[in-house]
Design a protein around this ligand. Structure first.
Ligand code: ASP
Length: 323
């Protein structure tokens, strides 16, 4: 008897789950961006969200939940019902590095369901205009000659700009004094205003200010120059070889989200990435598209794990203290 009731319950639950998946989405979806509005994560998400609604037939909203290197926003998404209506946007920082820095209240692999890999972004070394250096070599000399470390804006411990700064310190032997913000949008405001010295930034965040001549750019961390800022040399060309970094992004759903819902979200994001108008907007920000074979949810899961193996040793060795 008990068994029959249990079986009936299970059948009912899975029917409920299927019905939920079949009707998905029946109301707006929210993507939680764990950094401030106007920054690179926010910009990419808003461009994609706008196009995703065409495939999904429902609005895709963006909510900025900031703090602690993005771990507050990811936590919010992890704790949401696994119904596809709350999605976590993140990147190499939030979904890889943070696991080596913070005591997170969630597990980045077992509490999340990968949805799709999103475009990636080389980093760019930029400074306030008042820094007298005109090349990366001059910048390195200026940094070395200072009596106190230069200030480097970041989006918090574990963010892309922070790990890029740690990497830069590693290859150059220079010490930086980090200034954490809730995203690199406010960090950029302070750089333009001359309040901080530099940012090892996502290209998409700096590109507008570089083009406008409001900040100085020294090198991009890709192996080829970027079409979007062709005058900026690569780190190899500028004499800091070995400093290669690509900050990729992705979408995740809370663990337990039905596979069919994950597939619908994946299709909507892939449609957006394949839309020529969307691609143009993203490429204009210096973003690089993932290849076709990287677009399945499983590919993001495998990539995230491989990146943990690559980055965690360096991040743990840097012994980052989180206040
Ligand atoms: N992606 C962050 C932001 O949007 C910046 C970072 O990770 O450095 O602000």
């Amino acid at each position: 008897m008990r068994r029959t009731v249990l079986a009936a319950l299970i059948a009912l639950m899975s029917f409920g789950g299927n019905a939920l998946a079949d009707n998905f989405p029946s109301h707006p979806i929210t993507i939680v961006v764990p950094f401030s509005a106007g920054g690179p994560s926010d910009a990419m998400t808003r461009i994609l969200a706008e196009r995703m609604k065409t495939t999904l037939g429902e609005a895709v909203l963006v909510e900025n939940v900031t703090g602690a290197g993005g771990s507050v926003g990811v936590g919010r998404a992890v704790r949401s019902p696994p119904d596809g209506y709350t999605i976590s946007f993140g990147h190499l920082g939030t979904h890889v590095a943070n696991g080596a820095i913070y005591k997170l209240g969630y597990d980045l692999v077992t509490d999340l369901e990968p949805v799709v890999l999103l475009p990636s972004n080389p980093m760019i070394i930029v400074s306030k205009k008042a820094v007298p250096a005109k090349s990366l070599q001059e910048l390195l000399a200026w940094l070395k000659a200072r009596p106190t470390p230069a200030t480097a804006g970041t989006a918090g411990a574990g963010s892309g700009s922070h790990i890029a700064g740690l990497y830069f310190e590693n290859v150059s032997g220079i010490k930086l004094q980090y200034v954490p913000y809730r995203g690199t949008a406010p960090a950029m405001n302070d750089l333009v205003a001359g309040q901080i010295d530099l940012i090892v930034d996502q290209t998409s965040n700096s590109i507008g200010q570089v083009r406008a001549g409001n900040i100085r750019a020294y090198a991009v961390t890709s192996d080829k120059r970027l079409e979007s800022v062709p005058d900026v040399p690569t780190t190899d060309e500028a004499g800091l070889s070995g400093f290669h970094m690509t900050l990729w992004s992705g979408l995740w759903a809370p663990k337990g989200t039905p596979k069919t819902i994950v597939a619908k979200l994946n299709t909507a994001a892939v449609d957006a990435l394949n839309d020529p108008a969307v691609r143009k907007q993203l490429e204009n920000l210096g973003l690089q598209m993932p290849s076709k074979d990287q677009l399945a949810p499983e590919a993001l899961g495998a990539w995230q794990k491989a990146e943990m193996e690559k980055w965690w040793p360096m991040i743990k060795a840097a012994n980052v203290k989180v206040e």
